[in-house]
Design a binder for this molecule. Structure first.
Ligand code: NDP
Length: 298
């Protein structure tokens, strides 16, 4: 029986966190300035609140100053945009993150496009995504979850160049940008979505699979080419009466089966999830470096 290498996202994330903390310390010793991240939340959705508090806590841990902007559910679109503009001009704020989803009466796309390009640490500004799609152009920031997926591959020694990659999902926040990133890294990329005929046969050809469909355990062991690298972004809650909470989290990949076939596989939880917040910290550090010392690279 083949035994896949399990990519430990939690351990890799911890390493990255301490690398970031070192750089933040260095920056403040040398230039007397600390990176600042504004995390904006509208309303009181439980899941959004828990993501936001995790991000704010992570900032504090590495020495990034967190600016907490908590707005009520009823805030108007123009008030929210006013707040974004204020943060755009605040020199102590190097990155701005608006937690999604926003309430129905607010146009998300409009709000995201108001964030200054230089502070778009989530990488969702249409210009940043557009540059990601174009040859010879480099966005200032890469979206965090896609960037985390590639970081997991490179830190695990998986070659991307020349490989066949299949991305399952085409959302603006995961599937599409991760496909563009893989293409930039010289993979041959196929995107599978909800209208794809016979996804199994397409996925079976992949050297690298990025699963981001939000479909619990959709990808079976028999869909995976022996030795493939499998990055499972899916985070799905399924009923589990044996747990106190009544549920557990599973990925889009059948992990147990994948372990027998794949060359590498990420677990859920403990794979891609922990990387997303580290990439946010990294983007904020890069934004601060650019603003403070004129550092250019993304
Ligand atoms: P969306 O629901 O926005 O997008 C899902 C995508 O998957 C769509 O493009 C959809 O196709 C496609 N899809 C849905 N069902 C199928 C199917 N049966 N076969 C093939 N393709 C399918 O989800 P997100 O991109 O926001 O998130 C994807 C998953 O990743 C979720 O489980 C989410 O919880 C998780 N996630 C995890 C993060 C992390 O940090 N670990 C961060 C963000 C998301 P179509 O376009 O045709 O509708």
């Amino acid at each position: 029986d083949r035994k896949a290498t399990i990519i430990d996202g939690k351990a890799i994330a911890e390493t990255i966190r301490s690398e970031i903390a070192d750089e933040v310390r260095h920056l403040s010793q040398k230039h007397g300035k600390v990176p600042g991240l504004a995390v904006v939340i509208v309303g009181s959705r439980k899941d959004s609140q828990s993501y936001v508090s995790m991000k704010r806590k992570a900032c504090t841990e590495v020495g990034i100053k967190s600016f907490d902007i908590d707005l009520p559910e009823q805030v108007s679109q123009s008030e929210l945009i006013g707040k974004v503009h204020e943060l755009n001009t605040n020199p102590d704020v190097h990155g701005i993150l608006v937690q999604l989803p926003l309430p129905k009466h607010i146009n998300e796309e409009k709000v995201l496009s108001e964030i200054s390009l230089e502070k778009d640490v989530d990488g969702f500004h249409p210009l940043n995504i557009g540059k990601l799609a174009m040859k010879g152009r480099d966005p200032l920031f890469l979206p965090c979850t896609p960037k985390g997926c590639l970081e997991l591959l490179s830190r695990s020694g998986v070659t991307i160049k020349g490989k066949k990659a299949v991305v399952v999902g085409r959302s603006n926040i995961v599937g599409l940008p991760v496909s563009l990133l893989l293409l930039k890294a010289d993979a041959t990329v196929t995107i599978v979505h909800s209208h794809t005929y016979d996804p199994e046969s397409i996925i079976l050809e992949a050297d690298i699979i990025i699963a981001a469909a939000g479909q619990p355990m959709m990808i079976k062991g028999s869909w995976i080419k022996p030795g493939a690298a499998v990055i499972d972004v899916g985070t799905n809650a399924i009923d589990d009466p044996s747990r106190k909470s009544g549920y557990r989290l599973v990925g889009d990949v059948d992990f147990k089966e994948a372990c027998k076939v794949a060359g590498w596989v990420t677990p859920v939880p403990g794979g891609v999830g922990p990387m997303t917040v580290e990439m946010l910290l990294k983007n904020t550090l890069d934004a601060a470096k650019r603003a403070i010392v004129g550092f250019r690279k993304s």
